[in-house]
Design a protein around this ligand. Sequence first.
Ligand code: NIG
Ligand code: FE
Length: 423
Amino acid sequence: MPPPEFTITDTLFPETADLLFVNCHLATMVNGSLSIVENAALAVTGKKISWIGYQKNLPDSPERLASQIIDCRHKWILPGFVDCHTHLVWAGSRSTEFEMRLKGIGYEDIIRNGGGIFSTVRATRDATQEALFSQAAKRMATFLTQGITCVEIKSGYGLDMDTELKILSTIDRLTQNFPQHIEPTFLGAHALPPEYKNRPDAYVDLVTRTMLPRVKDQGIATAVDVFCEHIAFSRAQTQKIFEAATALGFRVKLHAEQLSDMDGAALAAEFNALSCDHIEYLSAEGAKKMAQKQVSAVLLPGAFYFLRETQKPPIQLLRKLKIPMAISTDLNPGTSPVHAMTLILNMACLLFGLTCEEALAGATLNGARALGLDTKKGSLEVGKDADLVVFDINSPADLCYLMGTSPVAMVVISGKTEYTCAP
Ligand code: NIG
Ligand code: FE
């Protein structure tokens, strides 16, 4: 059965438009459904979407009303992808570790022997601010060509005050230099640094008493994340960090139940977390608490694939409880070195069993919701930010089907054309 057509509420064509897209098809993603409008037109005034309608309903001679008209020749427009969970700023490479894992050595064993996250921490501590920025800048540039218009970026490869601030100020510099909207997250509790070996509570004190207040003072993070796992921080330690973070006014989110059930999701729900991320080992009780507090689920199929996990997140339960499902690249050097949102969409469908519509909602509106930005971003609606992508595809399902390719023709962010693919 074809999806129901989107009902267009009558809005008057604006007095002036800066951009007018004509001859396009839209998958608006309103309320997380494809909400398709075929043979459509879309106008942008300033930084916002100002009109959406059928081509046939455009006023006569629209060229009088719009500064620039873009003939899409039947291409599709979707809201820009919102990548709500990344660790995009790091130095070094983990390809040697990848080869070790191919020989059968486990991810957790590598971490226990001082590699894994710790090898990235060493490289990131040693990197100059300039080197860190230039490597991260390449990743941001690639994201733009993928149609990712909004990105969350976590710190967490510093694990000392100076390096965590170096990462957060690199994120700030990316914000100044790239058109994408960036949400910076402080993940000082990503792993226990070697200098605090056997003294985890002392490190938690450093995070809560020194790092969090400094990060707050500098205004360089909007949320706080913790890796709650037996190879990282316990539930009780996570709770201490959440207490300190919320007291300072940060929203919280959690790397929860990735490798085992730590009852982290229930804790995150108590703190009204924005999202619980990974959640392969989420329990029914944890999911219920998430649903009660409307905490978003962030699914990260890239990490599941790369670690060759077998335990899948409880998708059927999430659906039943109507927990919004976001999907994200989790771009990081250890478990998900992937920049291609179309590959993640494909994995979400084939590995986790999402429908194309669910996967696309996960990478747009529900991604925005996981960042608390869904009133501004994530769907094509009049009054929302004009963050949109023109795709050279035959149907929205192509974005899930064409694994890893980038059929992006044009990327518009805040009403400005920021990337055009050479014909
Ligand atoms: O999201 N789970 C913890 N953090 C990252 C991986 C970190 C690493 O291995 O460098 C993740 O999978
Ligand atoms: Fe992560």
